[in-house]
Design a protein around this ligand. Structure first.
Ligand code: HEC
Ligand code: HEC
Ligand code: HEC
Ligand code: HEC
Ligand code: HEC
Ligand code: HEC
Ligand code: HEC
Length: 371
């Protein structure tokens, strides 16, 4: 090559790298925003005289699914291109609304087919964050039915005022996530969580793993003895016995929840599942997939496949909906309730006892939200 070419290439490289450097230098870091927005007295007065809080609790933001995945303040508040430190407020005071669907395209699309989005036609706007929140969005995989319902639907609806055709309403709400019925085209699965009968609490993954003397990566090696990737009935029972040796007594609690796919947003009037046989039938496709989820600190979860037969096990608490013998009993209970309403009193009492821990938790959550 001639000297001139070398020279040109050199200039080119310098130009490119200075471009890269400058974009790097101008990318606004979260720290810069937090210089002001970490001040818990930062607020402004709205036109109606209401105060708007402009404080961001960074300790909570830190654990949000967005921060954990490297999404920064300006990735969402994308109309702030740079901060102008000469001004009192270094950015526009009237920023554009954040568009969640710019990143979550499929969900944005799925949401179009939803009674909530369509309510826009009547002048009711329900943005994504009415359900999900925005600064503190968490992963959903490892949430229980109560957490899922409380976070979402129960903020605006009181399901007790509907569903009079459904016997054991409370039991259904406790074991079946609302959207399992209301977004019927979405896949679902049974999630098993360990309920500690001594502390009357669900045992977090950390504690469960500690008691089993293993960790997230070692869990299957420890439990799935034949290493076929599925926890069998025998293997589940062995695990419960192992826990008993450590003085941890409890049972697995099964819940019917949704896979996290965009079609969970397809909630529409008149479109919900109501046929009892869809679920209360030994062959029900609703109960094919059974998993144990282990929550991690950062809110993500690991899921491990469990043999469907465990739902008939003595160690899976209160899950009579499936399996041979138990489902026939259930159908009888269901029928009696529908036809005669005779056993409602005793039946109700039984269910109340069986679901007591669950209802207590639900109430706690409700209280949190009413504050
Ligand atoms: C020097 C202090 C300061 C810094 C730095 C700062 N802000 Fe602000 N921010 C404010 C003040 C003050 C307001 C209220 C403005 C007003 O009077 O309406 C505000 C308002 C906002 C609002 C509400 C605007 C609206 O349209 O309702 C958002 C969002 C916001 N800031 C995000 C950010 C982000 C993101 C960063 C970092 C890129 C940042 N701020 C950096 C002081 C600051
Ligand atoms: C996942 C997207 C997302 C991220 C990341 C994000 N915000 Fe926001 N922020 C929103 C949304 C949505 C709103 C509410 C309405 C709107 O502006 O669209 C909002 C509102 C605000 C407000 C107005 C007050 C309030 O709480 O409603 C401030 C101030 C603010 N953000 C600052 C920040 C700062 C500082 C960061 C980084 C630490 C940040 N935001 C990160 C989405 C986000
Ligand atoms: C009426 C409440 C509601 C609204 C509004 C809503 N969602 Fe959801 N979203 C849900 C529920 C319920 C789930 C499933 C969570 C579960 O099963 O616990 C979900 C799941 C998700 C998930 C995880 C599943 C996946 O597809 O990866 C994302 C991401 C998501 N929503 C984004 C959005 C976005 C973006 C919008 C706005 C376009 C939005 N949501 C509006 C209720 C809502
Ligand atoms: C700049 C891109 C971006 C914007 C804007 C954004 N998100 Fe996200 N969001 C992500 C990424 C990346 C993840 C983590 C990867 C994943 O799970 O999809 C995520 C994860 C999520 C999850 C968890 C999904 C799960 O599988 O558990 C929800 C719920 C969610 N976002 C809702 C929202 C909402 C509501 C808004 C608007 C307030 C929003 N996002 C705005 C990029 C974005
Ligand atoms: C932010 C408040 C809000 C949240 C959260 C919410 N909804 Fe709604 N929902 C509404 C409003 C408002 C309507 C009425 C829309 C209309 O009149 O067209 C509605 C309508 C409905 C309808 C149609 C029946 C009716 O009364 O019009 C169903 C079914 C429904 N929601 C189920 C759910 C489920 C399931 C969830 C949880 C995933 C949920 N909603 C979360 C506000 C909410
Ligand atoms: C076993 C299935 C099932 C479960 C679980 C369930 N629903 Fe429903 N729900 C229905 C059916 C079926 C209807 C009748 C209207 C329809 O088909 O949409 C209905 C009606 C409703 C309505 C009124 C709709 C209207 O047209 O007036 C709302 C609101 C609602 N449900 C919210 C919820 C919420 C919130 C939850 C969770 C706490 C929930 N549902 C749990 C099946 C269910
Ligand atoms: C989407 C699936 C689904 C649908 C649809 C459904 N159920 Fe259920 N049902 C369940 C689950 C899951 C449980 C809780 C697990 C259990 O108790 O076995 C349950 C519990 C019950 C119970 C309480 C059993 C007990 O021992 O506490 C009765 C009774 C019942 N269902 C009857 C019905 C009737 C009658 C219908 C139709 C009107 C119906 N269910 C529709 C899934 C469903």
């Amino acid at each position: 090559m001639k000297l001139k070419t070398y020279y040109l290439v050199g200039v080119f490289i310098i130009l490119i790298s200075s471009c890269l450097l400058s974009t790097y230098a101008f990318a606004t870091e979260n720290d810069e925003c937090m210089e002001c927005h970490s001040d818990d007295s930062l607020e402004r007065t709205e036109s109606e005289g209401m105060k708007e809080d402009l404080f961001i609790d960074y300790n909570k933001f830190k654990y949000s699914v967005h921060n954990v995945n490297g999404i920064t303040c300006v990735d969402c508040h994308s109309d702030i291109e740079e901060l102008n430190w000469d001004n009192d407020v270094p950015h526009e005071t009237s920023l554009a609304m954040v568009k969640c669907e710019e990143c979550h395209e499929e969900e944005g699309e799925a949401y179009l087919d939803s009674v909530h989005k369509k309510a826009g036609g009547k002048g009711i706007t329900i943005p994504c964050y009415a359900c999900h929140g925005y600064h503190f969005v968490s992963h959903l995989t490892s949430d229980s039915v109560f957490e899922r319902e409380n976070k979402f639907c129960l903020r605006c609806h009181n399901p007790d005022s509907f569903h009079d055709w459904l016997p054991q309403k409370q039991t259904h709400f406790a074991f079946v996530e609302c959207a399992v019925c209301h977004a019927p085209d979405s896949p679902r699965y049974i999630s098993l969580r360990f309920y500690d009968l001594i502390s009357n609490k669900f045992l977090g993954a950390e504690n469960l793993l500690a008691a089993l003397e293993t960790d997230y990566d070692g869990f299957m090696d420890k439990v799935d003895k034949d290493q076929d990737g599925i926890i069998s009935l025998q293997e589940l029972e062995d695990m419960v016995l192992l826990l008993r040796q450590k003085d941890i007594r409890g049972t697995f609690h099964g819940e019917l929840v949704l896979e996290l796919v965009p079609s969970v947003h397809h909630v529409n009037r008149g479109g919900a599942n109501r046929e009892c046989e869809q679920c209360h039938n030994p062959e029900s496709p609703f109960f094919e997939e059974v998993y144990i989820s282990l929550n991690r600190e950062d809110g993500t979860g690991d899921r491990h496949r469990v043999e469907r037969r465990v739902l008939e096990s003595y160690y899976v608490n209160h899950f009579y909906a499936i399996g041979g013998t138990r489902v026939r009993n259930l159908d009888k209970i269901g029928l009696v309730l529908i036809v005669g309403g005779l056993s409602v009193v005793t039946g109700h009492l039984l269910v109340r006892i069986a679901t007591a821990p669950v209802r207590r938790k639900r109430k706690q959550k409700k209280d949190e939200f009413s504050i």
